[in-house]
Design a protein around this ligand. Structure first.
Ligand SMILES: NC(=O)c1ccc[n+]([C@@H]2O[C@H](COP(=O)([O-])OP(=O)(O)OC[C@H]3O[C@@H](n4cnc5c(N)ncnc54)[C@H](O)[C@@H]3O)[C@@H](O)[C@H]2O)c1
Ligand SMILES: N[C@@H](CCC=O)C(=O)O
Length: 541
């Protein structure tokens, strides 16, 4: 089919509320019960075939109830990774020859399946495996992934439509080829949507993919793979490799056909990948595209003119939703003393009132557990350090891992704005607060602009328009997603394209045309209709 079709105009997926008594809540509760007892083999998928990885077994558990095993996965071996790459390269010619419409239809169908019959499955898997509340699972596993799938199709069409001008007698065209080789998608534990988007956005543009999800997101990733198969994704286009990633690093990063990395995760992991690729650079057939969205130390800056209720809500939601395990989570706040004196007790009481527990057993719960023992140990260490420090007040916060990896909302007040709590990413429900004298506002803004190496998200909370404008200008490079009078989390595809700079990533804005441009290698084609037949120019006489 040669026609240039109009792709469906995307709109953001409706967010269901899961209120007590609602039909969607009942469906989700039923699916959670079914999947909790499923005890699945969480397999590799290579060339459309499922099999267990050949390496060490890994139990995938419910973080809020770590004795409860959801399934078993295995580390992939070097041979598994090699097989995945071979399957991808074998699938490449047919996949890249398929028209864009045929490829797009698969991902649009996946979006519709997810919006309908698969919604409860992916949400339930995300509640169980990643300890998300019903609300947090819905905005991630259902809505954001649906949005990624639908909006990317529209952005891809927009990209393909971008064509050069032609001069008389000449026709210029731009062909948006996929990359030559395979794309390696390595995805984090914290968002089912990101895990689904990183392989599918590259595949939509005609690439073949080796996808390595996080073991702690493997439960939902398993169902995402099944969803894509039901939508008609041909075998070998996306090959899922399980485990911790060491074999992936060893085999895929040294492979001559590595054409790109689509990564989201921590800054140290991305820097390791980049370093390895640098070392291997002469081994590749083409320069690998490196796209990595990484860590954050996201701020909320309050001006003396801020509304205390707006600030309190932005901090509670921004710092503690999904246990602070969003790369965008507010983890440092700067509050003028006049405002802090009016709001501190109410804010701390609200933080203490948040329910923390088994999000799968009680869908009313606000927060679940942190993802695993390693994360728990990191947060415990940060809280213990704060308790021992003479210049930090632990206003609230505690931990208990006897049943699940629970860390309660933690608020640390510290007079020293260069303390580690304002610099280091903990990736948990730990908020550092620096209270400044109102007259020191400008000095505080200068200090917080670059005290941390990250530049992902940040908010200014103020009513004074001059203060808002000045902060937007002064903090121009301190955040890739900047919010005015809102929490720094919750970016929506199509509305706030997401990504940050400095140590937070390459800022290729997931879910936008900028991201898709990284997965194509353009070929410019010039055709001359009546070519010259004499080499001489007029100036030659
Ligand atoms: N900027 C963003 O858009 C964004 C979004 C989500 C999460 N994050 C960041 O992700 C981090 C949390 O996620 P995480 O704990 O899953 O990150 P992580 O870096 O520990 O793991 C990310 C992925 O890399 C894999 N991995 C780890 N070491 C590897 C290696 N040597 N070779 C190959 N693969 C390897 C992991 O198994 C996982 O699949 C936080 O730093 C957070 O800020 C950023
Ligand atoms: N896009 C999400 C964050 C993803 C990172 O973990 C947000 O805006 O809150």
């Amino acid at each position: 089919m040669d026609a240039i079709s109009n792709v469906p105009v995307p709109a953001n997926e409706r967010v269901y509320g899961y209120a007590p008594g609602s039909a969607e809540r009942e469906t989700l509760e039923d699916r959670i019960k079914e999947l909790a007892g499923a005890s699945l083999d969480l397999t590799l998928t290579i060339g459309g075939e499922q099999r267990l990885g050949g390496g060490a077994p890994i139990d995938v558990v419910q973080p809020h109830n770590h004795a409860s095993v959801l399934g078993r996965t295995n580390d992939a071996t070097a041979q598994d990774v090699q097989d995945a790459i071979s399957a991808a390269l074998q699938a490449a010619p047919a996949w890249r020859s398929l028209s864009f419409d045929e490829r797009a239809a698969i991902f649009l169908k996946a979006a519709d399946l997810l919006a309908g019959p698969w919604r409860a499955t992916l949400n339930a898997a995300t509640v169980l495996g990643q300890s998300k509340s019903a609300q947090q699972a819905e905005i991630d596993a259902a809505c954001e992934l649906i949005d990624f799938l639908r909006f990317n199709v529209a952005y891809a069409r927009q990209l393909y439509a971008d064509q050069p001008i032609s001069s008389p007698g000449v026709w210029n065209r731009m062909e948006y080829r996929p990359l030559e080789g395979f794309v390696l998608a390595i995805t984090p534990f914290n968002f089912t949507a990101i895990a689904g988007n990183l392989p599918t956005s590259a595949a939509l543009m005609g690439n073949v993919v080796v996808w390595k999800p996080s073991p702690t997101q493997q439960f939902a990733a398993h169902f995402t793979m099944r969803l894509l198969e039901e939508a008609g994704l041909p075998p070998g286009v996306i090959n899922l490799v399980t485990g911790n990633g060491q074999a992936v690093s060893e085999v895929a990063l040294g492979h001559p056909a590595l054409a790109g990395i689509h990564f989201t995760g921590s800054t140290p992991t991305f820097q390791h990948l980049w370093r390895t690729i640098g070392t291997n650079i002469s081994a590749y057939h083409t320069y690998p595209r490196l796209v990595g969205e990484t860590g954050g130390k996201d701020f909320v800056l309050a001006h003396p003119s801020a509304d205390p209720a707006v600030l309190t809500t932005a901090l509670v939601r921004g710092a503690f939703e999904y246990q602070g395990q969003k790369c965008s989570a507010a983890s440092r706040a700067y509050v003028p003393r006049s405002l802090w004196n009016r709001m501190r007790d109410d804010f701390v009481a609200t933080a203490e009132s948040l329910t923390v527990g088994d999000v799968a057993a009680d869908l009313s719960t606000f927060m679940g557990a942190v993802i695993d023992a390693r994360a728990f140990a990191k947060h415990k260490e940060a809280i213990d350090r704060a308790r021992a420090a003479s210049n930090i007040d632990v206003l609230t916060g505690s931990y208990d891992d006897s049943v699940g990896y629970f860390v309660k909302p933690t608020v640390l007040e510290c007079a020293d704005p260069s303390d580690e709590i304002f610099v280091k990413e903990y990736f948990g429900p730990i908020l550092g607060v620096h209270v400044y004298e109102d007259r020191d506002y400008d000095r505080v803004v200068d200090q917080m602009e670059n005290v941390s190496p990250y530049a992902l998200t940040g908010s200014i909370i103020a009513q004074d328009r001059y203060a808002i404008a000045a902060a937007a200008e002064r903090l121009r490079f301190a955040a890739g997603n900047f919010y005015v009078n809102d929490k720094p989390t919750g970016a929506v595809v199509g509305q706030q394209p997401f990504g940050g700079g400095r140590a937070s990533g390459t800022n290729d804005k997931a879910g936008s045309i900028f991201n898709l441009t990284r997965w194509v290698s353009a070929r410019a084609i010039k055709e001359t209709f009546v070519p010259p037949t004499d080499h001489r120019y007029p100036h030659m006489g």
